[in-house]
Design a protein around this ligand. Structure first.
Ligand SMILES: [Cu+2]
Length: 323
């Protein structure tokens, strides 16, 4: 009976059933698992040495100047490392299978079906990976869009085709008063002066169409909506003093690309002096000069619209005039 039943079994099955083969497989599986854990441990060690900087931020902009930007950056780097760990594991399995189970003859390989542990693994593992990524994304997002009741500075951002106005406010919401204002023109880039190491609340509103307030070093942009919608966001601190270019990141019309401004981060003392000078009626340029800052933007310049009489279509003007 035993002899008969062993005769109908495929050769490969008989081979795998031998205790020696099981031991070898066990050792191989152990080695693979060890390699996987070793690789993961190496990556964790490398994380301590700032993997992000070594790999150019994996495509994410570096040099953020707010705590929020650093949290988003860390989330991105951790997600990339997690993806790489999974990727290396899968690539390893693929190449191992290609070599281990390459065609050696005409014998049909073992046909494995209904391997419940494997099916369980490749159903549960992706769900776990997505759940972990979702959890950390939700935590970071909640932190980034969080607003507080008592920010140190509140500034109203007013966008219009194609420039910006920045109003320093004495409180929050539409009912607060503007205590000083900076307005951009076609000739002068508006400079938004803000203090370092203070929490800043931005309240956005548009006079016409949808714009988007974007300072690349904040690694954050938010649409500026017309009407009653008042988009609000906060940064808990601007950590590095300096000048940073700001842009409109929403295609808002012909001169959208020219809609730049400059964020100038100064010390809290200089900010107080700047604001006092503005409230005394000084121009933005004079107020900037009074605190030892460059009076004009240094990161961008007014664009040449080239809208002169010379390049204006005279023929169409004439035709238009007659109608
Ligand atoms: Cu715009």
């Amino acid at each position: 009976m035993v002899a008969r039943s062993s005769e109908v079994r495929p050769t490969a099955v008989r081979r795998s059933a031998s205790p020696g083969a099981v031991g070898r497989r066990g050792r191989r599986a152990g080695r693979l698992t060890g390699l996987g854990f070793g690789g993961a441990a190496l990556l964790v060690l490398l994380t301590g040495c700032d993997v992000g900087a070594a790999f150019g931020g994996f495509g994410w902009p570096q040099g953020g100047i707010t705590p929020e930007s650093r949290r988003m950056y860390d989330l991105w780097i951790a997600s990339c490392i997690a993806a790489l760990v999974v990727g290396v594991f899968v690539w390893g399995l693929i190449f191992w299978c290609v070599v281990r189970y390459r065609k050696r003859g005409n014998e049909l390989p073992v046909q494995t079906r209904y391997n419940l542990p494997m099916e369980f693994l490749y159903t549960i593992a992706p769900v776990l990976v997505v759940a972990v990524l979702f959890y950390y994304t939700a935590v970071v997002q909640t932190d980034v869009v969080k607003t507080t009741n008592n920010p140190d500075v509140t500034v109203e951002v007013v966008a219009f085709k194609w420039n910006w106005q920045f109003n320093y406010r004495d409180g929050q919401g539409v009912d607060a008063n503007t205590t000083a204002s900076v307005l951009g023109t076609s000739e002068v880039i508006p400079i938004l002066v803000l203090p370092s190491n203070r929490s800043i609340r931005f309240e956005e509103t548009s006079k016409d169409v949808i714009h988007s307030f974007w300072v690349p070093e904040m690694l954050f942009k938010r649409d500026v909506m017309p009407g009653s919608i008042r988009n609000v966001f906060e940064v808990s601190s601007l950590e590095s003093e300096g000048a940073y270019v700001g842009r409109c990141a929403e295609l808002c019309g012909s001169y959208h690309a020219f809609m730049n401004f400059e964020l100038r981060v100064v010390s809290p003392e200089n900010f107080a002096r700047f604001l006092a000078a503005k409230q005394d009626g000084a121009s933005t340029q004079d107020a900037l000069t009074s605190i030892g800052e460059d009076p004009y933007a240094v990161t961008t310049k007014p664009f040449e619209t080239r809208r002169t009489q010379d390049n204006f279509n005279q023929a169409s003007t004439t035709a238009g005039a007659g109608s």
